[in-house]
Write a protein of this length. Structure first.
Lengths: 157, 157
């Protein structure tokens, strides 16, 4: 094990905020059949607006954001789509050692520092950490979804 | 704009470190034809090992990590695969307001707190922030890659 105890970490800061139709966790669709078609807006702070240059050409974006209304973490937990517990790194649980979330959204349009997007599952006012281009898929024939596929097939029975 | 000035952020901490064949940025394949077939290991701190439960069933993982050898950020920059500058949020540049990186890796095997993976593009000793299951793709027919597709077609001419 390489010990890099004095590693350079960083201080997270919001680059903007999400405008979402959801104000409470209970309103966000969860579970196996959940569809995330909700539209919302990513409002980027004006000091970072230049960083959006050429983003209009991308159809999909990876949004990293903070689970800011979640506290602490648990290493094992039951996701809403299964009745069995799994390790936190095999799930999308908000209760993670670093409470960073990831959502892939479809970019509908841009107006200055505002991105209109489809597929939000964040709460209104959620701080955004980063936006990255979604550029490639894992080949479908190579993708295995482990416990989630098992939960789906149990549910289908 | 919702002003949530006193928002709860968090203090990032490593959940583990990457063992990679690369010790210098110049060794990591970059650019349009770059292949990321390198194997490496994600060594998770033993205090977080329980969080890996059931991860073996997943073929691909999303790894969030820190660009710990990068300093500061620039809102516009030229990626290695293009001769034109783009906004940082439309590229994978390491010089971002929050220096968080994302790599999708293929999980080859697990031994306790160590994950053997293919597709590392991190430097040896890189701190890991989070691991998430890769569960779904964007439909290929809906994916547009903007400036990257343009750079590829200019190169092909």
């Amino acid at each position: 094990m390489i010990m890099r105890q004095f590693i350079a970490m960083f201080t997270p800061r919001p680059i903007g905020y999400v405008h979402s139709p959801y104000s409470e966790t209970s309103q966000v669709p969860r579970g196996l059949d959940a569809k995330h078609d909700a539209e919302g807006e990513l409002e980027i702070l004006s000091e970072f607006e230049a960083g959006l240059t050429d983003i209009e050409g991308l159809s999909h974006l990876i949004v990293l954001w903070v689970f800011d209304r979640s506290e602490g973490f648990e290493l094992m937990g039951k996701p809403p789509c299964d009745d069995r517990p799994h390790g936190v790194f095999a799930t999308r649980s908000p209760r993670r050692p670093n409470p960073i979330a990831l959502t892939v959204v479809e970019l509908l349009s841009r107006e200055g520092n505002k991105l209109r997007v489809r597929g939000v599952d964040m709460l209104d006012g959620t701080p955004i950490l980063d936006i990255k281009p979604y550029l490639s898929n894992v080949p479908e024939e190579k993708l295995r979804r482990g416990w989630l596929a098992e939960a789906e097939s149990r549910k289908a029975q």
